[in-house]
Design a protein around this ligand. Sequence first.
Ligand code: ADE
Length: 307
Amino acid sequence: HSRDSSGAHVVEPEGRDMEFNPDQITFLEELGEGQFGKVHKAKAHFVHDQARSSTMIVAVKTVKAHASSEVRDDVLKELRMMMRLLDPHPNVVTLLGYCTKSDPVMLVVEYVPNGDLLSFLRNDRAARNVTYANLHTESRTLQNTDLISFAWQVSKGMCYLASKQCIHRDLAARNVLVGKNKTCKVSDFGLARDGPEYKKVKDSPLPLRWMAPETLSIERLYTTKSDVWSFGVLLYEIVTLGSTPYPTMSAQQAALEVQMGMILQKPTHCTGDLYFIMENCWHFLPDERPPFSELSAALSRLVVDEK
Ligand code: ADE
């Protein structure tokens, strides 16, 4: 503990006790299956003193029962990465705690109620295709302002990650969660690392359709600028309401073409302004791509224009 100028106690982030006791957690339904284990909705119980206790709904990631030590290491790496992102940002899923003394290891994160952005977009597309209009489908349908706002929010989350030297490595609509009031939160730091390096992803297919040419190349280079490339692909997913990028190609074919300089075409319903931003994300040379701060500023102007 240290004191600020007002004399009040300030708890340093490092000093926060974030270790959960396994019996503080009551598991509820399964939310999904991640790369190295499952994600459950859960109730976390806190005892403040003899008179006061409280509960909170959280999401808990656990490692598969027979996980290798390598997988366990990966979870601990994800944890270490998330520990750098402790000052909460509205567009990044916040770590609430962990349980490393337990086996399996658990990560306790903020519960985000409306599922992943890819399913959210695809559900909206399905709702639009329903021929009869009823109140429910009407209220579901996303407006252009919503779509631009999703893009802007993700760019702000990525700005924050980049400012903490965090490279995501798997930015895609499936790894963005949707919260209350259509808030987008960047999630799944399973692959996130803090420096450009080679990393073979064990037992999981590479996200080829989201990868930059330099990441697809033999160097396997990951930087914040390769995250910017993936962000451009995420914009494509948003404007197409969840289409698979390079829809006519196999992932391997798309990867080869991207290494030869191909980029995604402008989708039918995409404005020139938005496609201009996407094209900038897809400069072949990483240094030519804009930083997330610039993308965020450009998208905020489009949000204002839509209003
Ligand atoms: N699925 C994966 N992670 C989640 C989270 N934090 N909240 C809700 N659903 C999730």
